[in-house]
Every structure is written in structure tokens, then in C-alpha cells.
Design a protein around this ligand. Structure first.
Ligand SMILES: [Zn+2]
Length: 66
């Protein structure tokens, strides 16, 4: 069987082809939408969306700390 192109470890599951799981399918979707997020290949954190929100919040913050 083919290997999942995201984690390159688990085998493709018919239900989530060509990925092994919904998690890996979601990772691929985020890559397409986000373009250049450095998503850990094997185990994306459960708070992935929270990290994006944090990054956006930091961009909005004025440069008070400098
Ligand atoms: Zn996978």
C-alpha cells in the first residue's frame, strides 16, 4: 500500500485517501491555504489554530517593547 504523503509513515487509509487520517488531510489543507506554515509533518499540535491567532495578535500589537 501507499504511504501517507504527510507523515510518510502510516499507510494510506481508503477513507482519507491519499492520507492516513483526517489529521494528515487537515495538515495538507492548511498547507494549501496557508502556503508556507511550517507544520510539523508527523503530529500537528491540537492548538494549531490558537498558534495562528497568537501570531496574528502579535502582528497587531504596537511596538511597545522596543
Ligand atoms: Zn499521515
Amino acid at each position: 500500500m501507499a504511504k501517507c504523503p504527510i507523515c510518510k509513515a502510516a499507510e494510506t487509509a481508503a477513507k482519507f485517501r491519499p492520507f492516513c487520517s483526517k489529521r494528515c488531510a487537515d495538515v495538507d489543507l492548511h498547507r494549501w491555504m496557508g502556503g508556507q506554515y511550517a507544520v510539523p509533518a508527523v503530529e500537528p499540535p491540537d492548538d494549531f489554530d490558537a498558534e495562528i491567532e497568537t501570531a496574528l495578535a502579535e502582528q497587531d500589537r504596537p511596538d511597545e517593547l522596543h
